[in-house]
Design a protein around this ligand. Structure first.
Ligand code: ARG
Length: 466
């Protein structure tokens, strides 16, 4: 900041002397909330323009302030504003710089406004933008998953429960499961955005103002859908921030699950997947290493996201109405959480999009028919056998196969018949994974037609053209 003298500290009109440096050090937040400068300035421009329309501020002054605020924003963005602890937060830094540029005129800006409704507005504007940025990044990851899904509709692997091989699914079906999770995340973000997009300006410190403000006009100028309905609530409500951090935390948890599968699938033990070198990392010691840090960081980041949510909930817990300075502590989790999620989603998108999936290894993992034991039980059900009885017969078949030292699929027709009289030779057809999948054409199932339909639906909604 271009200043000759030491900055006058934040208003201490009723106090004598300066604040103790230890209090100043505790109070300062510009290192965090400086990131809200663009939102803060947008709000101020809308506010002062309205003040002029209402005849509270001379029109020429308002025009001058709006222009000067443009300049302050550019200076902030260019890192040209030097932070001064005595000025505490972004609001005061903007106001001081405006004062340097416009002199006494700057003093008109804050009429009918408090830093309490101002910071509430800044955060709401930030939340709207953060929802949009996060949504876009999650959309990019969905597209990467769909791209691989389209390539791998005929690639079959075991689906897992308890991390044990369970039943066959296509890789496309597996990847689309992640697309579904991200789809719900994006719906949640849209809902958070809609609830956040109202203006608290005009609530003042807590009890509005005697000035005749046009709250609706400010909201409209800022692209917000309406105004908050209770001034006490408006200055102390952080629900939208909490909701955003919840949406971010849950989405981060989803990304951690994808990350975990990348970690597992790229092991020599699984061998289902190879990361492109551009998305793999080496070891500083072991020259042979190719590490899936991208998946590990996705897991680790989820821990941070959950922590951010818990931090903010704890800050708001027990606060009496209305504004309390505790609320200033919301900045760091709110400002860093959504950004971290978007970075994670983008890195995962790149990793997924460029990865190679190994269809041969996946098919090998289907093993000797164990993954199709349920099909053999359902074979009996189709022949009128109660499911529990069928379940037992196939269980006995698994034991027999183990005793004979061969895979389940290698039992012959006579052996099946010895276990239940309703088994015929055609039971052996159950042990064809592709046939099994083709018979699972229920909505939401892994049948190739069902999956192709889901893939088309997602591609259409994600704007993927083929
Ligand atoms: N930096 C403050 C915050 O983030 C702005 C509001 C300050 N209000 C006050 N009464 N001290 O909460």
């Amino acid at each position: 900041m271009t200043r000759k003298n030491k900055a006058k500290p934040v208003s201490r009109a009723a106090l004598s002397g300066e604040a103790d440096p230890r209090l100043v050090a505790l109070s300062v937040s510009i290192q965090d909330d400086g990131a809200l400068h663009a939102e803060d300035i947008r709000g101020s421009q809308a506010h002062v323009t309205m003040l002029a329309k209402q005849g509270i501020v001379p029109a020429a002054v308002a025009r001058r302030l709006v222009k000067a605020l443009d300049r302050v924003r550019d200076e902030f963005a260019a890192g040209k504003i030097r932070f001064d602890p005595a000025l505490e937060d972004v609001h005061t830094h903007v106001e001081r710089r405006l004062g340097e540029l416009t002199g006494k005129d700057a003093g008109y800006l804050h009429a009918g406004r408090s830093r309490n409704d101002q910071v509430a507005l800044d955060e709401r504007l930030f939340i709207v933008g953060a929802c949009d940025r996060t949504d876009a990044a999650l959309g990019r990851l969905q597209r990467a998953l769909c791209l691989q899904g389209r390539r791998h509709q005929r690639t079959i692997l075991p689906g897992y429960t308890h991390l044990q091989r369970a039943q066959p699914v296509s890789l496309a079906h597996h990847l689309l499961a992640h697309v579904e999770m991200l789809g719900r995340d994006r719906q949640r973000l849209a809902e958070v955005r809609a609830r956040a997009a109202v203006s608290p300006l005009g609530s003042g410190a807590l009890a509005a103002t005697t000035l005749k403000l046009d709250r609706e006009a400010v909201a409209k100028a800022l692209g917000l859908a309406g105004v908050t309905r209770n001034s006490l609530d408006a200055v102390s409500d952080r629900d939208s921030a909490i909701e955003l951090l919840f949406a971010v935390a849950l989405s981060a948890v989803h990304l951690s699950r994808l990350g975990e599968e990348i970690v597992l699938w790229t092991t020599r033990e699984f061998g289902f997947m190879t990361l492109d070198d551009a998305f793999a990392t080496g070891s500083s010691l072991m020259p042979q290493k190719k590490n899936p840090d991208v998946g590990e960081l996705a897991r680790g980041r989820a821990g941070r996201a959950i922590g951010d949510l818990v931090a903010l909930l704890s800050i708001v817990k027990n606060l009496p109405l209305s504004y309390n300075r505790d609320l200033q502590e919301d900045k760091r989790p709110l400002l860093s959480g959504p950004e971290a999620l978007a970075l994670t989603a983008d890195a995962l998108a790149g990793a997924v999009e460029t990865a190679t999936f190994h269809a041969g290894r996946m098919e090998e993992a289907l093993g000797g028919g164990e993954a199709l034991a349920t099909d053999a039980a359902e074979y009996l059900v189709e022949r009128g056998v109660p499911f529990r009885e069928a379940h037992e017969a196939v269980g006995a078949a698994a034991k027999l196969a183990a005793r004979l030292g061969k895979p389940l699929a290698a039992l012959d027709a006579a052996e099946w018949r010895s276990l239940h009289r309703r088994f015929d030779a055609d039971v052996l057809r159950c042990f064809d994974a592709r046939r099994s999948l083709s018979r699972r054409e229920l909505p939401g199932g892994p049948g190739p037609k069902a999956v192709a339909g889901e893939l088309r639906r997602w591609e259409r909604s994600l704007g993927i053209r083929r």
